[in-house]
Ligand binder design. Sequence first.
Ligand code: NAP
Length: 271
Amino acid sequence: MRPALEFNRRIPDPLEKATAEHILEIRQWTEKLFSVKVSRSPSFRFTPGQWVRLGISSGSGLPGSVIWRPYSMVSADYDDYLEFFSILVPGGAFSSRLAASHVGDTLFVEKQPYGYLTAARFTGGRHLWLLASGTGVAPYLSILRDPDVWQRYEERILAYSVSYAREIAYRDALAALATDELLGPDRPPLRFVPIVTREAVPGTLHARLPTLIADGSLERAAGLAFTPEDSRILICGNPTMLDDVRDALVARGLRSDRSAIPGHFASENYW
Ligand code: NAP
């Protein structure tokens, strides 16, 4: 006889830790990049830069069978919806199901957001640098719509690395920052540095981020220098890129920001 424990094993109900939201909109950027807007529970609160686990039904037919993955919020903390930016991982259990979803389908959103990739974590500094590769740009779209980020820092720089120019997503949202009245008047515009690594495109840099930091090209393109006094830097994207960018910044005399010892840069690798 099989042990009773196995028969009684409890299948967790996703609604214990998540709310069931519905998909409002799906935007396809390229064949493998897409964004999803979902409804937002009025009780869900987050700080721009944070992430949350999303759950999607595995389709196995078993009750409570849900696949979970972390995604950063793209939307502002005051939007009445949540938005996420995803790459379609070929054969990926979660992203392939998400990409095949339709408006009205259910997506579970955990009630608890996580993460410390936030602009408010830093002490001091005048220039906020946001360094991204690929879908790692997601949290910065939320951070850049935060009025505090426009008040507290004198300059904001977004360096966004993609392999091909058509993979630069959210150009419209980045352009709209210039006229967003919520962000306050009389402020210098975002310094946007697009980086395209696999094709030469006028007006963009053409090497990986660690190289661009080491040889000074990123600073020249941004028109600002990395200094311990002025620079506060967030890094998000490819895990190997995070390691190499951190090394490049340390070589420039900057150090990691830790709760015990304030520093100049921070990154987060949530899986
Ligand atoms: P990706 O591979 O991070 O970005 C493509 C760009 O990164 C290309 O320019 C590529 O250059 C460059 N790159 C790749 N490896 C690099 C390295 N070791 N050093 C420097 N540059 C490098 O794009 P992705 O596939 O979208 O991955 C994004 C990452 O962000 C994932 O790890 C994801 O988990 C993470 N992330 C996603 C979210 C979200 O909400 N979706 C949030 C936070 C973080 P080449 O063309 O030369 O290869």
